[in-house]
Design a protein around this ligand. Structure first.
Ligand SMILES: *Cc1c(COP(=O)(O)O)cnc(C)c1O
Length: 235
């Protein structure tokens, strides 16, 4: 099998599985957005994924995103999904569709300032560290409500939802409670109608757990390994 076919088959397989999980949770397959996570993946392989119908790409490092953004001319949406330092916001502000990993008011304020300067309103998600893992970024679940109230004043930032990375586990069932908890927060906050906060997206689920995440309410999944194969190094 060529690499082209390998990537295309993987994407088709994922689409089917996404569709099944969507229907299982009372939604339509097209309600779920698939982001291909392209960190460490060569540009020519990313283009193969785009040719197979992928339109959203996720990178977790600014440097890498900028390089690929310059070299890949196919129309696609870029998402920053990894930890973002305030001093790097200026490089990506006019390039990304959404930032999934906002985890401090300082960062949010910086995004607002640079977005204002660029004359745009940028969509962001607030990253929540549901399981309280020390190695992961994100605010605590009990801080979400207060965070959103503070975020509401920054008019060039539009909070569009929540994101989490579940602890890695061989058994996706073991992280179901993590997804369920974030979905509950998502629903509760949506009901509160906080000014300037639109709970539209719940970004959770990766290669090993995306079906469970969708069953528990995710409408964005971020998938790398299951599309491109195992990465050579951890990023
Ligand atoms: C790497 C990464 C993913 C994708 O992980 P896979 O297990 O390869 O699907 C998703 N989200 C974030 C934030 C990542 O850094």
């Amino acid at each position: 099998m060529s690499d082209e076919e390998y990537i295309k088959n993987n994407i088709e397989d994922i689409r089917k599985r996404v569709g099944t999980a969507a229907v299982k949770s009372g939604r339509k397959p097209e309600d779920i957005r698939i982001i291909a996570v392209t960190k460490t993946v060569e540009e020519e392989r990313i283009i193969k994924a785009i040719n197979a119908g992928i339109s959203d790409l996720g990178e977790n490092r600014v440097q890498e995103l900028l390089k690929k953004y310059d070299n890949i001319n196919e129309p696609c949406n870029w998402h920053l999904i990894g930890h973002l330092q305030s001093n790097k916001v200026k490089y990506i502000i006019d390039k990304v569709t959404m930032i999934h990993s906002v985890d401090s008011i300082e960062l949010l304020e910086e995004i607002h300032k640079k977005a204002e300067k660029a004359g745009r309103v940028i969509d962001i998600l607030v990253q929540v560290n549901v399981a309280g893992e020390e190695t992961k970024s994100g605010i605590a679940p009990e801080e979400v409500r207060q965070f959103l109230k503070e975020a509401a004043v920054y008019r060039n930032v539009k909070v569009k939802g929540l994101m989490t990375i579940a602890p890695f586990s061989e058994d996706p069932e073991s992280v179901r409670p993590v997804f369920r908890e974030l979905h509950k927060i998502f629903i509760d906050i949506n009901k509160e109608n906080i000014d300037n906060i639109d709970m539209a997206f719940l970004s959770m689920g990766m290669s090993n757990d995306f079906e469970v995440a969708i069953e528990e309410g995710a409408n964005i999944v971020r998938i790398g390994t299951a599309i491109f194969g195992r990465r050579n190094y951890i990023a």
